[in-house]
Design a protein around this ligand. Structure first.
Ligand code: SF4
Ligand code: SF4
Length: 207
């Protein structure tokens, strides 16, 4: 019977201890927030989602080379002499078309190593951290600004230009080889003609 009353006493005591802790917390500052309606202020140098300002990107590939997990994919096309791509806000001349500039943020480890080598400071970490998706493929961000049609046209132009340049180089090399051969033939002919005109050496001792 005494155990019965001891249990009741312990029960009341436990409730009292619990309620004391609860009451104490009624008067201290709250540590929880009503996320997502309320959001914490993030530190200045927070590292979250990446952003690339393509107006300032020169396609140098430095960011992709620095990435330890290879999540940046860049493809470039050399601009033709007739193309004017303008300059970046930092004054760097743009010389490359960029059909592809993708960042697979699902692979990104937010190390920030891609940000530092950028010569035009156009790739940066933002404070955006809410970018969950239903499909992994949606976590590949396409920063390239060329449309598929523009890419096809530009690729054909660049290939055509390259073919012309290769043909010109081959023609120049063939012309140079022909000129060299003609020069060698002329030198050989002159040598032969010179040899034919030399009188016999009569001063040589007869054996
Ligand atoms: S933050 Fe790091 S892992 Fe992410 S893209 Fe940049 S270099 Fe790669
Ligand atoms: S380092 Fe900067 S300029 Fe170079 S490709 Fe990357 S984002 Fe563009």
């Amino acid at each position: 019977m005494s155990g019965y009353f001891t249990d009741i006493k312990d029960g009341i005591w436990t409730v009292l201890v619990g309620m004391t802790i609860t009451w104490k917390h009624m008067f201290v500052k709250k540590v929880t927030i009503q996320y997502p309606d309320v959001k914490r202020e993030l530190p200045d140098r927070v590292r979250n989602r990446l952003y690339v300002n393509m107006d300032d990107c020169i396609g140098c590939d430095q960011c992709a080379k620095a990435c330890p997990v290879n999540c940046i994919t860049i493809e470039t096309l050399k601009a033709l002499p007739t193309d004017d791509l303008g300059s970046t806000s930092t004054g760097n001349k743009k010389r490359l078309w960029m059909p592809v500039f993708d960042i697979d943020i699902a692979k990104c480890c937010y190390c920030g190593l891609c940000v530092f080598p950028c010569p035009t400071e156009c790739i940066e970490m933002t404070d955006v951290f809410e970018f969950s998706e239903y499909h992994r493929k949606d976590l590949v961000y396409h920063f390239g600004t060329m449309t598929p049609e523009e890419i096809t046209v530009k690729r054909a132009e660049v290939e055509e230009y390259q073919r012309e340049q290769d043909a010109k180089k081959a023609a120049a090399a063939a012309a140079a080889a022909a000129a060299k051969k003609a020069e060698a033939d002329a030198a050989a002919a002159a040598k032969a003609s010179e040899a034919a005109n030399i009188p016999p050496d009569t001063t040589a001792p007869v054996s």
